[in-house]
Ligand binder design. Sequence first.
Ligand code: AGP
Length: 622
Amino acid sequence: MCGIVGYTGNEQAAPILLDGLARLEYRGYDSAGLAVRDGEKLAEVVKATGKLYHLADKTDQGRALPGACGIGHTRWATHGDPSMVNAHPHVSGNCSGSGSGQVESDVVGVHNGIIENFTELKEKLLHHGYVFYSDTDTEVVVKLVDYYYKKYKIGPVDAITRTMVRVRGSYALALMFRDYPGEIFAARKDSPLIIGTAQDASFLASDVPAILKYTRSVYYIGNLQVARVSPGQAKFYDLNGDEVALPLTEITWDAAAAEKGGYEHFMLKEIHEQPAAVRDTLNSLVKEGRVVLSDAGLTDDMIRSLTQIDIVACGSAWHVGMAAQYVLEDLACLPVRVELASEFRYRSVPLTEHTLVVVISQSGETADSLAALRVAKERGALTLAVVNVIGSSIAREADHVLYTLAGPEIAVATTKAYSAQLIAMDALAVQMAWVRGTVSQERYEKMLEELCTIPDKIRRILEEKERLQWFSSKIVNAHDIFFIGRGLDYAISLEGSLKMKEISYIHSEAYAAGELKHGTISLIEHNTLVIGVLTQSLLFEKTVSNMMECKSRGAYLMGVTTNGHFDLEDSADFTVYIPKTDEHFVASLAVVPLQLLGYYTSVSRGLDVDKPRNLAKSVTVE
Ligand code: AGP
């Protein structure tokens, strides 16, 4: 989950590379580095540990690094600790000390991904006289390219394709060769990489925000393809070294959408963008009073033929699946399994052509989810991707795609994309129910009407955010927080718990409320915070009882429930109310106070809300 950038043109490269890395820092931020070439001169490499601003300061915002061709990298460590010597770029020659300075090497490169067989390749290269200075898999792959480049005296493209045949794992590589000034070579397998072109300039990046300021014309390089990039031009090759033609795509994003827009953090901005994200996603699906799935390619016959739905995802996207399971089962009367992608990909889950595997992913690049999609296709299932990034790997490889229209999501902790996924799955469930005849026309119309009220109801909740801000200051020193609920409320609790722990670093667990008494309740002690989610009327009293069991053991209770359940205040110490809606769709509302609570708690603790420690926005490694 690193970020890579490249630039070649007639401007100073370093400032452009730093600007691009700053927009990719959410992908990893434990060290960073640049390699820049000034005409025929050798590349100059500069690295720094910690956040990107250390590198910017070290290079005087890039002004100290002359040259119009370069590559850059911001790291989320996979092999080797976050140190100067392990920071990218890496070189084919030897490298003294910190790894900065002019490099007497034929090849210099940056990499996002994991080389799984790097140990055996390292042994091979050591046998051929190579010396290694770092613990990284990236240094191995750069040296392997150099090995083939020298051994067969072939050009960079052939040296790279030979390397790709020997390497196992995932990579987005950007390389510069001493003999090819002004050019950058790239290769991709499973890790994201795009190439942009403009007048007399070309750009490489792991993600669109890094180059949107400079160009909207991008190529999505395919898996196992190589690029040769020069100012204003890009050529592409397959594994045989044969040239291939790729379509040039125009990015329609608004550049401002990738900025904070006056909010203190991207996360707060994106929480407030949820009404629009939900509305835009709904509007893309609901047309003339019905859910239209033809753009996704799902026909009524396909829907009628289904006997099983498997939802496969990671993290918050998996939580969306957990919520969608209750809705789909209840409305469409279909058996639904929800699987963690990292587990699904290694299990022997029986699938048939009547199984619909739904892969949910904001980035569309999550390695486990992409691998699970491939397994599902190999086993003959019908696959549907629900993704937020157009042209992402999962979107391109699934049989059918349903795009959420949340816009670029920068904060590592997802909010608006989660909400957009939720509403998309709700709309899918309603349509499936109608097609399969499990709901009446009248109920179908009433549910669609209710779905369209969700954006405004989210907006109303956001207007009450000060109460969550106040309460967060009371829990800033909590050590353990439990989120509990039953049915759909349990699924909502899962997301509330992840939001809290991933950005405030407070240990938190989500628990099915009815399960607490089977062991975990032993952890409840004086002042332990227990947050109950109570939106399902048939389960309300039961969850209250579970909360009271905790209170009798010293717990402090917070409750999230719908307007009207004012009796909750007799039990809970702090209660948050959300507008009423069809109980199938209430997750889109109940999650908002929990997002705000996590956000404000993180701010109260003085933490980096948008870039929490140890995390990255898109987990493109196993
Ligand atoms: C959510 O706040 C986390 N950042 C993380 O769990 C995320 O949802 C997960 O990594 C899946 O990412 P994806 O939706 O891009 O596949």
